[in-house]
Design a protein around this ligand. Structure first.
Ligand code: CMC
Length: 427
């Protein structure tokens, strides 16, 4: 393919540049299109539009490939740790041992939250969805940490990023504790990022808590699988919010709000609820029939993806992790059988094959999280906790991009043309 693309409109022929990334399809640079033709492009849902350039994550949806800074998700989830992946996404390369120790230490020392933040929780109803609480309390961080909000200063941006990564587990565990009426548990610096989160979530002051290494490792891997996924809806939300120069904590709260939806991060909760509702393998065909019925809004949750038209590589790792965790915890969850059989039946069904619908990351994650002891409404909170790494990495990348501009899409207007105002008495 050449480096230019010809576009013919009624009155002119235009040469547009085709830009190449390091891998992946070229993109047509249409930045001057409106100035030169008076026309916009139209792409609701951004199905063919690259909104930015980015060096963080690469996805080849046809081949089922996911790379963070060039490293495959399969390798990272097997050999790395969530903190190392966080460093990789934020800083661009794998850390040396000293760099990783330093990063761990920095994150560990930012895990406490301002004591006054706990007052916010008491303003919520006990039965509030923890994602509602997270939207509120993460947004509220913007009222507490005023020394890291000069976004033109890379040092301050990094401090805000560290704070967000570090405080998210504390805030998430507090949301859970609040919902069950147990006291908040303070972080402990001698534990790993994930071990500390487990302790803050499941321990009570009345007794000692020992972190189970199998659970710690499985959860750490789940965090790796959710750490970033290029320009998905919530990351694009964080970028758009951040493009106006908004407070970093407020931008991440915007990302959390977007993630909550069932088409995005909320799918893990919806998928487990669906599997429980199906309950037994013989009920699966009825649900498959519903998913295929155009007149029924029901969809198989945890199935399908905008980008992956081959298996989601995160789902493969997740399915393997379910087996490991269930066997290590000696849990026999019949829902796992339902999930496996549902996957098998869907993958042999023409509707799902033709539309290239495969299980995504959210299909199996709920089974592990449930086995660990998390209630379903905490699933998306765990996704948010892990995705915070991707959000802050993208936010930093965007702010430090010299070509960065406020995000401002245009539209195809379909409302009335200008018309005179009619006073109410004459309507
Ligand atoms: N069950 C049944 N049919 C489906 C499903 C599904 N899960 N997903 C897509 N389809 C059909 C859809 O009805 C449409 O059919 P038609 O062409 O006849 O109108 C076709 O497949 C294409 O779907 P789409 O909604 O146009 O595709 P999209 O790229 O806009 O949506 C999606 C992608 C993930 C929102 C969608 O597949 C979906 O709603 N899946 C269920 C929710 C889910 O699991 N979301 C988690 C995504 S992965 C984690 C994350 O990134 O947050």
């Amino acid at each position: 393919m050449s480096d230019t693309v010809k576009l013919t409109t009624d009155s002119k022929e235009l040469e547009l540049k085709a830009l190449s990334g390091s891998v992946g399809p070229k993109v047509i640079d249409i930045r001057k299109l409106y100035a030169q033709t008076g026309m916009f492009t139209y792409d609701p849902g951004f199905t063919s539009t690259a909104s930015c350039d980015s060096a963080l994550t690469y996805i080849d949806g046809d081949e089922g490939v996911l790379l963070h800074r060039g490293y495959s998700i399969e390798e990272l989830s097997e050999k790395s740790s969530f903190m190392e992946v966080a460093y990789l996404l934020l800083r661009g390369s794998l850390p040396s041992k000293d760099e990783l120790d330093g990063f761990n230490n920095t994150i560990t020392r930012h895990t406490m939250v301002h004591e006054q933040l706990s007052q916010f929780y008491r303003g919520f109803r006990r039965d509030a969805h923890p994602m509602a609480i997270m939207c509120g309390v993460v947004g509220a961080l913007s009222a507490f940490y005023h020394d890291s909000t000069d976004i033109t200063d890379p040092q301050q941006r990094m401090i805000a990023s560290h704070r967000l990564i570090a405080k998210m587990p504390t805030l998430a565990a507090m949301a859970y504790k609040y919902s069950i009426g147990q006291p908040f548990v303070y972080p402990r610096n001698d534990l790993s990022y994930t071990g500390n989160f487990l302790r803050m979530t499941f321990s009570v002051p009345a007794e000692e808590y020992e972190v189970n290494p199998v659970i710690e490792q499985a959860l750490d891997r789940i965090f790796i699988l959710h750490a970033d996924h290029e320009q998905n809806a919530s990351t694009s939300t964080v970028r758009l919010a951040g493009s106006s120069g908004a407070n970093p904590f407020a931008c991440i709260a915007a990302g959390i709000a977007c993630l909550w939806g069932p088409a995005h991060g909320g799918a893990n909760e919806a998928a487990l609820n669906m599997l429980r509702e199906i309950g037994t393998p013989e009920r699966i065909p009825a649900y498959i029939a519903r998913a295929k019925n155009k007149d029924d809004p029901f969809r198989l949750m945890g199935f399908g993806h905008r980008v992956y038209k081959n298996y989601d590589p995160r789902a493969t790792v997740m399915q393997k992790t379910v087996r490991e965790v269930l066997s290590a915890l000696k849990v026999n969850d019949p829902i796992f059988d339902v999930a496996l059989q549902l996957e098998d039946m869907a993958l042999h069904d023409d509707y799902f094959r033709e539309k290239k619908l495969f299980p995504n990351v959210d299909f199996y994650s709920g089974i592990i999280l449930s086995a660990i002891g998390f209630p379903t409404d905490m699933f998306t909170v765990l996704f948010a906790l892990a995705r915070t790494v991707g959000w802050v990495a993208h936010w930093n990348e965007m702010i430090s991009d010299p070509e960065q501009k406020i995000g401002r899409p245009r539209q195809l207007y379909t409302g009335p043309a200008q018309r005179p105002y009619v006073p109410v008495a004459q309507r």
